[in-house]
Design a protein around this ligand. Sequence first.
Ligand code: S3P
Length: 450
Amino acid sequence: MSGHGTPIPMTSRRASPLRGEAHVPGDKSISHRALILGAMAVGETRISGLLEGEDVLDTAKAMQAFGAEVINHGGGEWSVFGVGVGGFAEPGSVIDCGNSGTGVRLIMGAMATSPITATFTGDASLNKRPMARVTDPLALFGAQAVGREGGRLPMTIVGAAEPVPVRYTVPVPSAQVKSAVLLAGLNAPGKTVVIEREATRDHSERMLAGFGAEITVEDTDEGRVITLTGQPELKPQVIAVPRDPSSAAFPVCAALVTPGSDVLVPGIGLNPTRAGLFYTLQDMGADLTFENPREEGGEPVADLRARYSPDMKGIAVPPERAASMIDEYPVLSVVAAFATGTTMMAGVKELRVKESDRIDAMARGLRANGVTVEEGPDWWSVEGCGADAVPGGGLCESFLDHRIAMSFMVMGMGAQEPVSVDDGSPIATSFPIFEQLMADLGANIGRSNR
Ligand code: S3P
């Protein structure tokens, strides 16, 4: 878990050109789902390329606490021996999900329709985040939740002994909420229907179908209508986790802002519900190409090639693209600082309830590095300084947020003066090999604030 140990100050200095191949780890969203659905299937699910970051390791531990057997064979190869839908045992102690909103919300959904009780907690960041968005729909199935004021962790969920299926329209664009409801629906008799007005990442739908659940998705005037038939027997799967586009974003953006760079990031998952950043960067004039497009494990995949791009222009990012790049706005705002003109990011209220308030965290850090930022409740804009003209020199707070820490490390690679963060330890939640991978490309990141 991050945020409980000693803070790790970090400083990123102007890098020599970044060159080479960046093999980023497995997709975080898919890794959580592979472990959870594996635990709900009957028999052995084999997973390769699992992200071995703290968030996912916490989910693996949680699945063991609910009765599944989870085996790490080494080298990203894992087995999960599942207990079947409705087969979860009551955990003997508190489930600690560390920094992971995805972990806690999906697991709450998965256990909420079994007659067991579980108590969940997390680190200082997770314990501030809203859980009512998940416990409200879980109550419709018959589950009860008791937490701290404002629906915060630590929280106890009493699963429904006689769950009923639900029809639920997700009020905010959130794949975590959608997935929690679908996972709860697995152990409710009859059809559970989830409606989302804006499409969010669809890994749960794809993987549920892969495990043999009866699930349909229809695009209607109401939005995407997902219908799941409850109480299936899930069949164990062999899952190859694609590499994470949200992690690929960091070496890609680092190459765009560091003079002379040319970086290949192979095998990146390009599910359209996840790839918004890359299209936005192309719209800004980035030299970014998709090579060798193919399909792997039911997901579209390509190799990304990013080269130094001194002529990028600020744009208004289409708000309807927000859900497909929601985790990438922090690093996009760094790229925007190296462009000319204004980059406007609207329709992004959800950024305020991530691992940190990401608009506030990035605005403070960008300003500390000489960049002008304006913000409102659900939008923010960055004034570009132009390539090679970002002052830098600032010390930024990471607020226990891995993506804030990595974004400012990217900024330091192209800025005139070094950029520091107070604590890079949260990077281990999603991208444990970040420092080594960036160093191998030619980056200069040190563990101090000097
Ligand atoms: C995720 C959904 C998104 C995203 C998070 C991963 C998922 O969160 O920000 O990093 O795996 O379902 P929301 O559901 O809060 O949008």
